[in-house]
Unconditional design. Sequence first.
Length: 265
Amino acid sequence: MGKIPCTVYVLTMNSEAVLVRALDSVRDFAEILVCDGNSTDRTLDIARQYGARIIKQSDSTEPNKKIEDFAAVRNRCIIAARFDWILQLDSDERVGPEIVNEIRDIVARPVTHHLYQVSCRLIFRGREIRHAASYPGYQIRFLNKRCGAMYVRNPHSRFEYDTEKYSVGYLRFPWYVFDEGEEGFRKQYADIEASALSRLPLMLYIRWGIFNRTYRILKILAKIALLYGRYGFKDTLPPPLEFVRVRYAWAVMYGAFKNRLSRTA
């Protein structure tokens, strides 16, 4: 079988420890696009070994540049892609052969859906997690860029497109996210989200920064309680990792409140 006429783009920044796993899983795709944040380790050497085309995340020359606007960086990848069909993959993730074959079939036939939701499966310290409060964790990870979909919002970007004209399908197989249990919640993301919330008009801030966040925390706690009540601890994440999402939501809510208070003081 030949290469799949599809672009896979991967965001990297000092990703040498995990990049081989990610790129090895997508070697059947016609174009691998590595969008890099000026890495100073072997990331780009590894990318070149897989024949990847390398672009920069920004025009900055600063070494090890962290992403400030995730939507803008992902849109840069969509624009740069040489194929209409595009798959998004992060450097600490991989896809299995089942999803590769599923995508091969979709690309080979007439377009029925222009965007596809893909479920997530966690691999924690080499162990596949069968049950998690965040499952199925659907995200639009596979799309045909002729629908004009582009990312909006930062840091948790979502697609904006003509929902009446273009439909969304679902892939049967998941992509895999690897977690070694070391990072915890990403404070960088929480700070960006808290800053955006704190700048909302008062009534919108109360709605989204207080009530919505409180509801989200309670919903996560309820799902965690149901998870361990039903499945126990054998095929689930350790409780501290499940509570990372609670800590994240609280950090956003508290950070937004603190930012808003500092501006009115």
